[in-house]
Design a binder for this molecule. Structure first.
Ligand code: 16G
Ligand code: ZN
Length: 522
């Protein structure tokens, strides 16, 4: 049986002593030098997953996203470019911590009734971290115990998701990086032609010194002119440091190396290019345009196109507890679009968005996309409009379903969708910033003895455990105009997060600090 190959390979990837691993919101994530055995075992699991789904192509992405340079991480991508199903996450944790790999593999094989001979292809990609190449080899070693591996080297996370999907679904696009580029650039150029826009799309992007920089450079054309700052992927210590989407969003300030011109739009990607935020300077004032803003901009743009095309669609926006209260109000009251809330993490948002013809999901941190249901895409393709305006709107909608990544949030395609929405509607970034005014908000990180003691309900907006804490939060919140606060355990760090929001910045800071104080006994 497979035991010989497995044990021979696993000897090359010893598990570090006294370390436990957990497959969390974004897969495994920790110091990169500790991850060799884990990534090897994830490779084994990915090939088992491929066997389980009848030999379809599975993906493995090696990245720690916006985390510091010394971290790394790994996650598994399912055949349609979706996250590994939650029922399989415990298997990942089981294998990563196993002291008897053969037994644990046999256990999973029998519990899932897997025919290992069915294992097919697993495609692998990595971001630009120093530990990436070694971990990539470990992944391949693991995959080859049962299946076949194909490495694409450096990729953005959404490119890897695209490649997995296109391997299983040729209609989705050519299964190569070139195919990804062609699909995006083709859609952008055709939309520009439809709207008779001669001037190229232009913007300066902060690429967090990550993989987004070289990938974005590949897309330059006569109609796409991108200036990239923080594009140094050679200096491995520079990734995400004082730059990138997470830095800009968390600190609500400009990244290093960017000298803004007033009222001009800029954008920041994170280290693996699945998050994007925008901003502009207005004298000394810094206006962030985060994931909530991207959702509202794209939703109103899509609404206009639907009206022009005279097409009906059930549209919904999915947010998390982190969405600014005023964005939710603007969506419900001004845009008149329903809002659903889910817990943090792409897998929750993505599934909820699939319930709509057009489901827009964006986390405030800039991760998100717009999902179009297959039925809705079919109905667009068979719809007719006699008016030129209607025809153009219909074609634009169809092209947007090609441009916008249907598997996961994608900085690159979101960037172009935003630039096109602004250009076509002749809307400036300052006008975008005036759609609504954010309530002041603040995020805190609190170290507690046991973050798993914090259990939430209602899309993480209320605590059920430890008992009594939620009532204390409610009492504090009631004392502040437009106050809101919640506490949740991080899914990626050993900490608890506190969010606060209120009508004034001073109130918001005070409310947040008082909620943090409540957590001191824990
Ligand atoms: C991960 C999630 C992201 C979420 C963040 C929350 C994916 C691919 N990424 O990065 O969506 O916002 O975790 O982190 O799901 P936290 O649980 O530490 O607050
Ligand atoms: Zn990321």
């Amino acid at each position: 049986m497979f035991t010989d190959t497995l044990s021979a390979a696993s000897v090359r990837h010893p598990k570090p002593p006294n370390t436990t691993f957990a497959y969390g919101t974004a897969g495994f994530r920790t110091i990169g030098s500790l991850l060799d055995s884990t990534v090897f075992r994830v490779g084994v699991l990915a090939s088992l997953r491929s066997a389980k789904v009848g030999g379809k192509t599975i993906g493995v992405m090696i990245t720690a996203s916006h985390n510091p340079p010394e971290d790394n991480g790994v996650k598994v991508v399912d055949p349609l470019g979706e996250m590994l199903p939650q029922q399989w996450e415990p298997y990942a944790t089981q294998l990563a911590n196993s002291d008897n790999l053969e037994d644990d593999v046999r256990d999973i094989v029998s519990r899932e009734n897997i025919d290992v001979a069915q294992a097919g292809l697993v495609v692998v990609g990595m971001d630009t971290r120093e530990t990436g190449p070694q971990l990539l080899r470990a992944a391949i070693d693991g995959i080859e115990v049962f299946g076949r591996a194909k490495s694409f080297g450096e990729l953005t996370t959404p490119q890897l998701h695209y490649l997995v999907r296109s391997h299983n679904d040729p209609g989705f696009g050519e299964s190569s990086e070139d195919g990804y580029n062609k699909k995006i650039v083709g859609a952008v150029e055709e939309i520009l032609r439809l709207w008779n826009i001669q001037e190229p799309l232009e913007i300066t992007v902060d690429a967090a010194n990550g993989v987004g920089a070289p990938k974005l450079r590949n897309l330059s054309s006569n109609s796409i002119i991108i200036t990239i700052v923080n594009s140094n992927t050679q200096d491995k210590s520079a990734l995400n440091v004082e730059c990138g989407a997470d830095y800009v969003k968390t600190n609500q300030k400009l990244p290093s190396n960017l000298q803004p011109r007033d009222h001009q739009l800029y954008s920041s990607f994170d280290g693996d290019a699945d998050r994007v935020v925008f901003y502009y300077a207005d004298g000394p004032r810094f206006q962030l345009l985060d994931g909530d803003r991207i959702a509202t901009l794209l939703a109103s743009f899509l609404n206009k196109l639907l009206q022009q095309a005279k097409v009906e669609a059930k549209m919904g926006i999915i947010q998390t507890a982190y969405a600014n209260g005023n964005s939710t109000r603007y969506i419900q009251e001004t845009l008149q679009i329903p809002v659903d809330f889910t817990p943090t993490g792409v897998k929750h948002l993505h599934h909820k968005a699939q319930e709509y013809d057009i489901g827009l999901y964006f986390e405030a941190n800039g991760h998100g996309t717009v999902l179009f249901s297959d039925d809705f895409i079919d109905s667009l393709k068979s719809a007719h409009s006699s008016l030129p305006e209607g025809k153009r709107a219909l074609k634009t909608l169809i092209l947007l379903t090609e441009l916008i990544n249907q598997t996961v949030g994608d900085s690159i395609s979101d960037l172009f969708a935003v630039l096109l929405a602004l250009r076509i509607q002749d809307k400036t970034c300052v006008e975008w910033g005036r759609d609504y005014t954010e309530l002041p908000n603040k995020l805190f990180k609190v170290l507690v003895k046991d973050r798993f003691a914090f259990k939430t309900t209602d899309a993480e907006r209320r605590l059920v455990e430890p008992a009594g804490v939620q009532a204390q939060i409610d009492a504090l919140v009631a004392a502040y105009a437009q106050g809101r606060s919640f506490v949740r355990a991080s899914g990626t760090e050993n900490a608890v997060r506190v969010y606060s929001e209120a009508a004034s910045a001073a109130d918001c800071a005070e409310l947040g600090a008082r909620v943090c104080q409540l957590l001191e006994p824990y």
